[in-house]
Design a protein around this ligand. Structure first.
Ligand SMILES: NC(=O)c1ccc[n+]([C@@H]2O[C@H](COP(=O)([O-])OP(=O)(O)OC[C@H]3O[C@@H](n4cnc5c(N)ncnc54)[C@H](O)[C@@H]3O)[C@@H](O)[C@H]2O)c1
Length: 341
């Protein structure tokens, strides 16, 4: 059986909780090496997952190891450089969200990937919405079952990254270090961390954004970066949308609502994962499976590599989301609406 040989960059929370456990379940995946600037994290994680080689310098890993693909699972400001270095070393790349921290860097990734059209560069979190739930909603929209879509809203929230970061620090016997709250080390706050999900869902369902206007604030956390925001978006299709994200909502929510002139859809509201109102028919409720297969994101990426398929979440799509997030920061700072080109 053909296997994809992976190198992972970053041995922190998301690698330990998501990438490595999932890859260990997939026969077509082999994690050859891991790197982290902290030697102890690289070594501890490698031993935990039976990875035989670990590095403190990902460039050395790229040079020395025979890798097919790289997973970039480091803090957001490092994603662009590591991704471009991996592309230049001719590796397929799966990039954690947010793709980058600004649209200039995401464009650099687009340009690097265009120079290497044989490589699969997959940007999260688009693939998280390749589910029976979102397929159903896409069909409803495509068939105009709820009429013309006038308003859409997407909310992504939880109580903040510090509890999760404490668990990660504990895992390695370190004291807690919440880089998510540092402007120098994260470049932005909840808008980058969770707003990326809200904006991706809107773009995934409704297409490109045209204009952005936003309010962004730090209301509760002892943080240098934003912990709440509301982003208003005029989509190219004409729909008016808002994307909200928050580190101060308990319980967290991951909800999307779409309002057409002949009906309404709520996704992931409290009781059922889809509630849909069709004019003349009233409300109906569905509980569709939340995933197509276990480890779908990694399996999809591997299939793209082995079968030469296009990833769900291309660099161009990721760049558009970064344009929206950057426009939101600019709008909040200037008080002006920002157009996206
Ligand atoms: N998709 C999801 O559900 C999800 C969840 C959490 C985090 N994330 C994203 O994953 C990324 C990592 O987050 P995390 O929570 O794992 O953070 P983390 O702090 O737990 O882990 C990041 C690791 O990267 C290492 N690192 C930093 N710079 C490096 C470099 N240049 N080379 C190699 N290693 C380096 C750090 O030492 C650390 O061990 C972030 O961009 C975050 O937004 C995604």
């Amino acid at each position: 059986m053909k296997k994809v040989r992976f190198g992972v960059v970053g041995a922190g929370g998301i690698s330990n909780h998501f990438h490595l456990p999932e890859l260990s379940q997939i026969q077509e995946a082999e994690v050859v090496a891991i790197s982290d600037i902290k030697l102890d994290r690289a070594e501890t994680t490698a031993k935990k997952f039976g990875i035989t080689r670990w590095y403190t310098d990902y460039k050395e890993m790229l040079e020395r190891e025979d890798l097919d693909a790289v997973i970039v699972a480091t803090p957001h400001p490092t994603h662009a450089k590591i991704t471009i270095d991996a592309i230049e070393a001719h590796k397929h790349v799966l990039i954690q969200k947010p793709m980058t921290t600004n649209a200039r860097d995401s464009l650099l990734i687009v340009e690097a990937s265009k120079k290497n059209p044989d490589l699969k560069i997959m940007v999260l979190p688009f693939i998280y919405y390749d589910t029976p739930v979102y397929d159903y909603v896409k069909d409803v929209l495509l068939n105009s079952e709820i009429g013309k879509i006038c308003i859409a809203e997407a909310r992504t929230s939880h109580g903040g990254p510090e509890k999760y970061q404490a668990e990660v620090a504990n895992m390695f016997g370190e004291s807690m270090d919440v880089w998510f709250f540092s402007s120098e080390r994260a470049h932005g706050g909840v808008l980058l961390d969770l707003g990326v999900y809200s904006v991706t869902r809107l773009v995934y369902l409704l297409g490109r954004a045209k204009k952005v206007s936003a309010f962004i604030a730090t209301l509760s956390k002892a943080s240098e970066v934003d912990d709440n925001n509301v982003v208003l978006i005029e989509m190219e299709c004409g729909t008016l949308a808002f994307a909200e994200s928050s580190w101060t909502q308990v319980p967290g929510q991951n909800t999307t609502s779409i309002y057409g002139d002949k009906g309404t859809i709520h996704i992931n509201y409290v009781a059922h994962n889809i509630a849909i109102y069709r004019e003349g028919l009233g409300w109906s409720y569905l509980d569709l499976p939340r995933e197509k297969e276990p480890q779908h994101a990694h399996r999809h990426f591997i299939r793209c590599i082995l079968n030469n398929e296009k990833p769900i979440g291309t660099p161009e799509e990721g760049h558009h989301v970064m344009q929206v997030l950057e426009a939101a920061y600019v709008s909040a700072k200037t008080g002006k609406t920002v157009s996206i080109y």
